[in-house]
Design a protein around this ligand. Structure first.
Ligand SMILES: [Zn+2]
Length: 277
């Protein structure tokens, strides 16, 4: 559809501008230091200010109320080399972010930080890049779910980022961090021409243009968010309505990434039986 293509181009330009001016390869990455940190012990470290502790424990309880949440938490609690820090921050109140990645000389991820907004239980991101978290909105409005489910879904999204970055080669990540600003600078000065041979070459080296890299990361976060919701709402009457809503958004905005969502839907008969084929 022409209108849809036009909207996607506008979204692309807007996303590049956002990425360029925020100066980050990944809206969720706050540190891309190449230094190898001292080899420490893996595990999960919670650094929570006393004034946010009550709400944080509620969100965590919600995340741990599912098999998948418990399994992922256990995995990081006993991780042999990755130290995952979780913190609640006063900034980006409804959002969350993952970053401060560090690798050892063997190329293993040894440090990562997930920073949760202090009002994580509120605020629904757009369905274009966040088809899973966004789908919760009408169910929250009708009080079928509480804010803690939204917060726990956002935690699952961030765990998805950390899992994905653990399997991304360190050198590729650093190459992307270096080349994305170069790409964005050219793009913003060449009349938004993605066919510019310099940009085609940069995208080839990085494994995609900045928006493709960014949306791929976001959709991995959303895939893990969906995994969490699959367990969380399995017994709720509205689970088919929720997953149909996710499906429609994925089909409309994330067609190229549909497979990773469909795999999760197929991994549990109940959701698959809804309508996901
Ligand atoms: Zn994200």
């Amino acid at each position: 559809m022409r209108t849809n293509q036009h909207l996607r181009l506008l979204a692309f330009v807007a996303a590049v501008c956002l990425l360029a001016f925020s100066g980050r390869v990944n809206a969720h990455s706050s540190n891309s230091s190449g230094e190898a940190a001292a080899e420490g012990t893996g595990g999960l470290r919670e650094v929570i200010d006393a004034r946010y502790m009550g709400r944080y424990l509620e969100w965590k309880k919600e995340f741990l109320s599912t098999d998948i949440g418990r399994a992922q938490w256990e995995m990081y609690s006993h991780h042999p080399h990755l130290l995952l820090t979780i913190t609640v921050s006063g900034s980006n109140a409804n959002g969350a972010g993952s970053g401060k990645y560090k690798w050892n000389d063997k190329g293993e991820l040894i440090e990562a930080t997930i920073s949760l907004g202090r009002e994580l239980n509120e605020g629904f991101p757009s369905s274009v890049y966040y088809p899973v978290m966004n789908a919760l909105e009408p169910f929250e409005a009708k009080q079928l779910i509480g804010g803690s489910v939204l917060a726990a879904t956002k935690i699952a999204h961030e765990f998805g980022h950390v899992m994905k970055i653990s399997s991304t080669p360190k050198d590729l990540y650093h190459l992307q961090t270096q080349l994305v600003p170069v790409y964005n600078k050219i793009f913003l000065n060449n009349g938004y021409n993605v066919n510019d041979p310099r940009l085609v070459e940069l995208a080839k080296q990085m494994g995609g243009n900045p928006v493709e890299l960014w949306e791929d990361r976001e959709y991995w976060g959303e895939a893990n968010a969906m995994l969490f919701l699959r367990d969380r709402v399995a017994k709720e009457k509205f689970h088919c309505r929720l997953f149909n809503k996710i499906k429609r958004a994925v089909e409309e905005y994330a067609k190229n990434y549909e497979e990773r969502f469909a795999e999760i839907a197929k991994s549990q008969g109940a959701i698959y039986a809804c309508s996901w084929r």
